[in-house]
Design a protein around this ligand. Sequence first.
Ligand code: 9D3
Length: 242
Amino acid sequence: MRIDVLTIFPNMFQGPLQESILKKAQEKGIITVNTVDIRSFSEDKHKRVDDYPFGGGVGMVMKPEPIFAAWEAVHGSVPSAKTRTILLCPQGEVFSQRKAEELAELDHLILICGHYEGVDERVRDHLVDEELSIGDYILTGGELPAMVVIDAVARLLPGVLGTYSSAEQDSFSDGLLEYPQYTRPREFRGWQVPEVLLSGNHRQISIWRRQQSLLRTKKRRPDLLKSAQLSAEDLELLNKTE
Ligand code: 9D3
């Protein structure tokens, strides 16, 4: 997969892309991430990328010309690719695991990072296929959201994660929160690891974990519990709260 990121802050991407799994995914050639500095496409003598809003109002609006020029420089760079152009902006549809799975099927993503108070509407109308937000809180720009999308999509591509983690991902799809996990030592500052996990009784362990997942989801994310597929045993585990 090729990912082009159109941004006025290309340096923001260097940290996250040069560590850990995203670094490996690039080294393995599974993803290629190319940041494009929108400012370098400004024809303005001051290299301006924003301007005052027509009609007045506070803040600045990102100009269309440098964004269109930057897009034209990368669009078509993957021949016959399934390509999608996505604008990261607060008005977008909220990004989800389902959306990450959908995007992981494509060959070429072009991510445009919004900034200032907004982006000229002609970018949305004539360049962008889809707008995404990462949630209901206000950030300073679309760069961190673009990194979130890259991270969530990249880990789904074949070969990025080990087989163990990929299988684990399937179990997450039951839509419950994870159970509590422990490692050595058995006692830390007087706090014990739950006895059942040391018992060697694998049936009891998996029942305990399932119950913990259910109870935790009920308490913290009742919205998830409503859409989860629960068995008769699950309902029993939820009701017998010791
Ligand atoms: C004055 C109205 N604001 C819209 C809610 C203006 C505004 C605030 C913040 C315009 C742009 C931004 C910068 N944020 C993003 O570009 C952004 C974002 C976000 O702030 N939250 C969650 N997801 C995203 S995706 C892009």
